[in-house]
Each structure stands twice: as C-alpha cells, then as structure tokens.
Design a protein around this ligand. Structure first.
Ligand code: RIB
Ligand code: CA
Length: 313
C-alpha cells in the first residue's frame, strides 16, 4: 500500500500535536507533504511555532512548516487559551524550535502542492478553523477538483457546542470558511465532537502514554494532563478528548469509525447559532449528502493504535 499524501492544516493545540505525532509516526500509511498553520486555539505566531516544536519533538526537522492566515475570513479571531493555555502547548516543557519556518504563505503552498501533485492524490487534513483551505479554494478554484478528500475535525450534532451552545470551536471561529469548504463539492469526512468526546484520555490511557518510556510519550501525557482541565470541569469528562488525532487515526484505520453520508450545512447568518453544523443525521431535509459525518469510534482500538505508534518515535 502506498502512503497517502496529506497536508495537515493546524492550530496547535495539544490535541493537534498528538495528531501530528501520530501522522509522523506512521510513514507507511501517511506521507506528510507539509504542515500549514492557521490562527485558532492561539494566534498564528504561536501556532506556526508550536507546529515546528512538535516536528522537532518527533525528530522530523525536515518537515516543511508554513504560516497561513492570521484570522478568519470575515470575523474577529476568537482563541482558546482557556483550554490550551497561553502558549497553546501548555503542559510539557519543550525547547523553542530551531528548524526554519518556510517563507511561502501556507495558502500558496496548498495551491502549489495541489497543482503539482497528480490529480486526486492529496488529502487535506484540517485540524483547526478552515480559513486556509477556504482561502486556497477562493484564490485558485482550479485546485478544488484536484483534492482527493478532506478529513477534518470540526462540528457537532448530538454533542452540540463547546464554544457556544450551538457551535464547535473550529467551525465557530470561521463559519464563512467552513461554508465554502462544505459547499466545495470535495468529498469530506467529518470528525465531530460526537466522536471526539468518546476518545477520552482516561488515567489508564494516560499511564500507557507515560509507560511508553520515550520523550514523546512523556510529553503527550503532560499535554493531556494539562488539556483535560477544561473538559473535566465543563462536561465532567473522565479525561481529555483527543479531538484531532481522530483525523490521522482515520487515515490509518478507517474501520475504527462509523458514521453516515449526509447533508451538513453551516449556520453563517444568525449570531445565536453562528457556526453550527446543521447535520441532517435523520435525512429529513432532502438536501443532497455532502459529507461523511462520523458518529462513533472504537475508543480502545484508537488508543491502542495511538500508543503503539507514539512508541515508534
Ligand atoms: O473543538 C475542538 C477543536 O478546536 C480541536 O481541533 C482543538 O484543537 C481546537 O482547534
Ligand atoms: Ca485543532
């Protein structure tokens, strides 16, 4: 099996970090063409720095990291330091990066890569607000049919919102961008809170990260120790939800997930429900299906995969 070529678009974020580590630990299944940072959990200056910190933690200073958009298409940036801490990677003490940030803008890297790579060979993996992806599609509509698939973390239906009563953070930060992406016609796989809230880092799972015995395992345990505070307090969760690693795990083991191919539209008008993913789970709207919206996960299988792969770094 040849490795799937991907671009990771990300706003690290402890869970983004684990998603990136899982991808870099799985070269037989995943070829990371580049990482584009976007403003989200923390401002762009930090997300691009954190992406490089994570690549060096994985022993991969060769990975090309690009800075993308500093804020949403049409709204003021909302960040999530209350969840991820001031740096966005609170928890472990990790050295500042020495690997370079690429000069090219992340949006231009996405466009250039999709034009250069064979038709239908590149998967886009957004783990944060969809600003970079939407900007690339707006700037170069010719690349849209060249995308193999978009596998993203975002949205919610039964779980409703984590940043407002109606909306999940990634979609809420840039609903206009999400609307462009969900109407693009590209095949989309959605990992919503409905799935990610079932991927909880319980104490035994966190202990398993520590037991790996390498710096990556220790750092991931320290990240999730920090990151779990928000969800434990808000939801009474039994650990941190590993949102973004569901995206990279899907690329390796799609059988760990189940969902439905349905219509998903984005609220972009009402401030009350701004950024809500209106997922037609029961297929009552008659609107055409445009996304595979995941609803369940084999959590034990997910953590077994993740722990085994982190041990490889
Ligand atoms: O709502 C969870 C999502 O928002 C995750 O991707 C997290 O990293 C933040 O970006
Ligand atoms: Ca993220």
């Amino acid at each position: 099996m040849t490795a799937r070529k991907i671009i990771i678009d990300t706003d690290p974020g402890q869970d983004d970090a684990v998603a990136i580590l899982l991808a870099l630990a799985s070269p037989d299944e995943i070829e990371v063409l580049g990482i584009t940072a976007v403003a989200g959990n923390v401002p762009l200056a930090l997300t691009q720095k954190n992406a490089r910190i994570i690549c060096e933690l994985a022993g991969r200073p060769d990975i090309r990291v690009f800075a993308g958009c500093e804020g949403p298409l049409g709204r003021k940036l909302v960040t999530a330091e209350h969840v991820h801490g001031q740096t966005g990677l609170n928890g472990p003490v990790l050295p500042d990066p020495t690997m370079p940030l690429q000069d090219q803008h992340g949006v231009d890297f996405i466009i250039e890569t999709l034009r250069d790579q064979p038709m239908g060979s590149v998967t886009l993996c957004p783990l944060g607000p969809l600003t970079n992806i939407a900007m690339a599609f707006r700037k170069a509509p010719d690349i849209v049919p060249r995308v193999r698939e978009i596998v993203l973390m975002g949205g919610a239906y039964f779980e409703v919102g984590n940043i407002t009563p109606a909306a999940e953070f990634n979609i809420y930060v840039d609903p206009q961008a999400a609307d462009i992406v969900f109407k693009s016609g590209v095949d989309i796989v959605v990992m919503p809170l409905d799935v990610t809230h079932k991927a909880l880092v319980t104490k035994p799972r966190n202990d398993a990260f520590r037991a790996i015995g390498n710096r990556v395992g220790e750092a991931v345990a320290e990240m999730t120790d920090f990151f779990e505070r928000f969800d434990k307090e808000k939801y009474g969760s039994n650990g941190a939800p590993l949102h973004d690693p569901c995206v990279t795990a899907y690329l390796i083991r799609p059988d760990l997930f189940t969902g439905r191919h349905i219509n998903v539209e984005i609220e972009t008008r009402s401030e009350l429900t701004m950024g809500m993913t209106v997922a037609d789970w029961w297929r009552v709207s008659g609107r055409p299906a445009n996304a595979t919206f995941m609803g369940d996960i084999d959590a034990d299988g997910f953590f077994a995969l993740l722990t085994e792969r982190l041990a490889r770094l």
